[in-house]
Write a protein that binds this ligand. Structure first.
Ligand SMILES: *Cc1c(COP(=O)(O)O)cnc(C)c1O
Length: 219
């Protein structure tokens, strides 16, 4: 299958999953995760009308997106990988959305950089729903206090919550937990679901799904 066909297949599955959940398909944003793929591999997706992309490394994204952006209007770039404070300036300059805000230090660096650069990014707090020690994200029990800290101490607008369920578990309970935590924080945007489980995530209320290999092929 060509990339265009795979993208079309994912789009129609997103539509179907939304309809089956009694939701409007346009309530679900497809974030095409282009990490590890070069500009040449990404161009067919742009040509097929895809505008929202996810990358997990700041430096890698810097190597391809300025060029791709210069060629097409309306590109929206999401950072979906962990961010180090020393990369905050570069991340704020390049990305439109940071989905991985997960600790006070990085939230503070992002707030400072947005002020300094005069940019307002859309921000998601990453939640480690499975409490996995190797995984980034705030603990579920600390989510409300962290979101409140971001809002009240740093003056940040948080758009929603993001999670990556443990690879070897049924993702449903993790998606349900993220939805519950978001409601508790008065947030209505949920970034959850990847190639293997985005239809399930849509059933649990995902407003954006991050799909890589189902569109671009195996990495
Ligand atoms: C790589 C990645 C994805 C996409 O994973 P696929 O299984 O290829 O769809 C989604 N979210 C995050 C945070 C990722 O790092």
């Amino acid at each position: 299958m060509e990339l265009q066909d795979r993208l079309e297949d994912v789009r129609s599955r997103v539509h179907k999953a939304a309809s089956e959940a009694g939701r409007k398909p346009e309530q679900v944003t497809l974030v095409a995760v282009s990490k590890t793929f070069d500009a040449e591999a990404i161009r067919p997706a742009i040509a097929a009308g895809q505008r929202v992309f996810g990358e997990n490394r700041v430096q890698e994204a810097q190597g391809k997106w300025p060029e791709l952006r210069a060629q097409t209007a309306g590109i929206e770039l999401h950072l979906i990988g962990p961010l180090q404070s020393n990369k905050a300036a570069d991340a704020v300059a390049l990305f439109d959305v940071i989905e991985t805000v997960d600790r006070e230090k990085i939230a503070r660096s992002i707030a400072n950089e947005m002020k300094r650069q005069g940019r307002a990014l859309r921000l998601y707090v990453q939640v480690n729903t499975g409490l996995e020690p190797q995984k980034a994200g705030i603990a579920p029990d600390d989510t409300l206090s962290f979101v409140t800290f971001c809002r009240e101490e740093l003056g940040l607008t948080i758009e929603g919550l993001m999670c990556i369920p443990p690879a070897d578990e049924n993702p449903g309970p993790h998606f349900a937990l993220l939805a519950k935590l978001a409601a508790r924080c008065s947030l209505d945007r949920l970034s959850m679901g990847m190639s293997g489980d985005y239809e399930v995530a849509i059933g649990f209320g995902a407003t954006s799904v991050r799909v890589g290999s189902a569109i671009f092929g195996t990495r």
